[in-house]
Ligand binder design. Structure first.
Ligand code: HEM
Length: 393
């Protein structure tokens, strides 16, 4: 079965609303071969919830491309935990796991409140704002930069590199590789400085760890920094933007949330499910022949899990196309599943919860004020701009 799914998803219509395309796939071809048109190359796309969940948990499905004989374009990002299998994945993840437990992350709450309040003061003065540049973009980058211990003055440069690394569907991949190298060089220098003069931050902790034993090579440390920065902010930006858009498109749900702030926690989960910031998991490889959904995935073949499609599967979610801020249970796959389940989920959730619990009481009315512009990227779904009008009170 071959199908030009990517052409459909990258079309103007698909960019605005990919969900009917995913529905058709889920119903007709839940495991579909996406043909790249050259010499039989391609990959499998999985759209049903139970199959997606099974693939994400299957130890026969690998992440490490080098086991498939592929070369990583750069030596460090590709070596980060996201692209490794056990035991290397286990070792790398355990080094930072402790810094991201819900308990430790909750200590950041006062600082996140202060950053959110500062951004809201600025919005209050302007009224007409692009929500993305005024709020959704600066919040996560400021938070992750503080966690890592990155100087304030470097953050703008930082954001540009991060955007280039994620890229868009029509930007050449070389741009992304170049930015990854530049960001790696930046971290290399910063690590040198932290080694001489440690601070109270994750980067200093990791550097100290490196000094103490030999459990973390320089390449691995660089890969970890780049991963934390990119994974830790492009995604949360889009949770905030997609979340606001969902609220504005569903004023009844926005009203419920305003009336009952106890719903904020479940509303954040619903924002994650309904319009997932990360629509696809990263590339995976079948370590051996795997039979799933009536298809045989051959050894070495690539599999992509469409998290966003699984999130709209009626077999798992009642009325999946309805945005319901009180939805429960809500076992969405937006943070992935299995051993690569998002490390930063507690941080992303906290940033989103604080944002809505401060923004909604402060601004009694929020309206769309123009046409939002979606970022042309099939895997990372978000807005380049979201023009809005905020009214106090
Ligand atoms: C709304 C925000 C976020 C979303 C939707 C998201 C989504 C995801 C997803 C889907 C994965 C798994 C990818 C796969 O298995 O192919 C993942 C992994 C990861 N995320 Fe997040 N993420 C978010 C925020 C964050 C934050 C704030 C951080 C860190 C500060 C972070 C760090 C990571 C890391 C390190 C991994 C790799 C974990 C591993 O390989 O074991 N993420 N994320």
């Amino acid at each position: 079965m071959s199908m030009n799914v990517v052409t459909q998803l990258t079309s103007a219509e698909g960019l605005v609303n990919p969900y009917p395309i995913y529905r058709a796939l889920r119903e007709q071809n839940p495991v579909v071969w996406v043909d790249e048109g050259q010499s039989g190359e391609g990959w499998w796309l999985v759209t049903q919830y139970d199959l997606a969940d099974a693939i994400l948990k299957d130890p026969r499905v690998w992440k490490d491309a080098s086991r498939m004989g592929f070369q990583n374009e750069d030596s460090f990002f590709g070596n980060s935990m996201l692209f490794q299998d056990p035991p290397k994945h286990t070792r790398l993840r355990s080094l930072v796991n402790r810094a991201f437990t819900p308990r430790l992350i909750s200590r950041l709450e006062p600082r996140i409140i202060a950053i959110v309040d500062g951004l809201m003061d600025h919005i209050g003065e302007q009224k007409d704002v692009d929500f993305m540049s005024a709020f959704a973009m600066p919040l996560p980058v400021t938070v992750i930069a503080e966690v890592l211990g990155i100087p304030v003055e470097d953050r703008q440069q930082f954001r540009e590199w991060s955007r280039l690394i994620i890229g868009t569907d029509d930007e050449p991949v070389e741009e992304s590789i170049k930015a990854t190298k530049q960001l790696g060089g930046y971290f290399d220098e910063l690590i040198r400085r932290r080694r001489k003069a440690p601070g109270e931050d994750l980067l200093s902790d990791l550097t100290a760890l490196q000094e103490a034993g030999d459990r973390l090579s320089q390449q691995e440390l660089l890969g970890m920094c780049v991963l934390l920065l990119v994974a830790g902010h492009e995604t949360t930006v889009n949770l905030l933007g997609n979340g606001l858009y969902a609220l504005l498109q569903n004023p009844g749900q926005l009203g419920r949330l305003r009336q009952d702030p106890a719903l904020i926690e479940s509303a954040v989960e619903e924002m994650l499910r309904y319009d997932a910031p990360v629509q696809w998991g990263t590339f995976r490889f079948a370590g051996e022949s795997i039979s799933i959904g009536g298809c045989d995935i051959g050894p070495g073949q690539t599999v992509v899990v469409a998290l966003s499609a699984a999130n709209r599967d009626p077999a798992q979610f009642a009325d999946p196309d309805t945005f319901d801020v009180s939805r429960s249970p809500n076992r969405h796959l937006s943070f992935g599943m299995g051993i690569h389940f998002c490390l930063g989920a507690p941080l992303a959730r906290l940033e989103a919860r604080v944002s809505w619990s401060r923004l909604l009481p402060r601004f009694g009315q929020i309206d769309l004020n123009g046409t939002p512009r979606r970022r042309p990227n099939v895997a990372f779904r978000g807005f380049d701009s979201l023009p809005t009008r905020f009214f106090a009170g």
